[in-house]
Design a protein. Sequence first.
Length: 293
Amino acid sequence: MSTTSSRVVLITGCSTGIGRATAEHLAARGDTVIATARRVADLEALAASGCRTLPLDVRDEASMMAAVREVEATHGRIDVLVNNAGYSQSGAVESVPIDRVRAQFETNVFGLLRLTQIVLPGMRQRGAGRVVNVSSMGGRLVFPGGGVYHASKYAVEALSDALRYELRPFGVHVILIEPGLIRTHFADTVGAHLATMPADPASGDAAAVYARFNEVVAQGTRDAYQRGPMARMAGEPEDVARAIARAIDAARPRARYTVAPSATFFLTLRRWLGDAGWDWFLRSNFASAKATH
């Protein structure tokens, strides 16, 4: 793809963080950026900076169809799709209500997949296009208390690997972005999305058994972004935006782009330690659920 021609870029989840930074960065370079979010009112600052804005809810088929059709009708094509919308559902796996698991996958996986399916016919017909999926280092390793979130990102990795192979003959590149710790509102939302069910300690149910563990996970996640060695390895949303821009510009983009020192460190550590070593590392550095009898 030429770096001098204006590309039509559709980005999801632009109200805050990585999505907003990416929209701003690409628009400043001269790309035609369509920034989307569930509430278009959250995008006023991006509209003022030169982005086009549209409402798009990745959990709503009609919303996705309407947004894609409007972009194609107005601009004639979508050159780049950046699937960024997502959030983290935290909590010990046994304690997460199944409706919250479904909601996590609806946003992080099914919405990403369905929007990609809607955009791809136009890319295939033109014989060109890029699908950029914002995954995470958590798509290749698992931290305690994040099993449901990590599972959704593992799914994004698998889908991207499959699509990369399937779409190559059509001139469509599929690229994974794997941020480590990024200073956004991510840590703040961990508590908001922490699994919470009425807990009766006398009952021994999952909510009660893991209540303390889940609290420690939420606090530990917030601390990791704010202080200590992990915080020093965190990146900024703009770092991810620049990585996405490089992936869009590259004549032969890599399959994966890691972002922030934390991603490089933990992915390397996970590879070196193997399963038993990684389990030992987690036990040595993170809270564990306590057995009750």
